[in-house]
Design a protein around this ligand. Sequence first.
Ligand code: NI
Length: 227
Amino acid sequence: MLLVIPDFLNQSEVRDFRATLAQAPWRDGRDSAGSLSIQVKDNQQVDDDSSIAHDLGNRILGMLGRNALFVSAALPNRFFPPRFNRYAGGGHYWTHIDAALMYSDRLSQAVRSDLSATLFLADPEDYDGGELVVETAFGAQEVKLAAGALVLYPSSSLHRVEPVTRGARLAAILWLQSLVRDAAQRALLFDLDQSVQALSRQLPPTDPELLRLSGVYHNLLRMWAEA
Ligand code: NI
């Protein structure tokens, strides 16, 4: 499932993120690449240990926790801290798969990457190329979103970033371990939760069918979640 959250950041937050990132310590993205991906990656990243990466990353994580659509879809358990990257001058990231287990000095245990997210920070008119291409069961999906929009996609999918041939593509990426490991179970819970939410806006909270559906949601979550 690819889920787009269109206005994750508003335009004033986008400007603020860009202004802060303009002051950040950028380095070659190959520094954080694994042995396979180092051959396919050509971008720049903000130093993960910098205060700018910490502060902006924590802002994103706080906002994710308050975003009902994101929480419903991802059922997040643990996050790998957001990373900030920039692609320009032909920069790209050829087809790869994200590492299953991700380690950081800032985390006490590894994060299993169930879901990946990209937060677009550059306006799409300001660069050519740079599409995120995710290979799914329904073919390759191209994603190039407005600044402030976020896309969530399975970390188990092959994906790439097309070369940026004009301007610069600025984005944040992050990974998370979900409370529900199985993507099909997570998708069912998301559908059910969305329906329960919609019905709860139309029916009184005491409606017995609404209560039963809500019970089914929580009991499935109880059955499938690993906290
Ligand atoms: Ni990736």
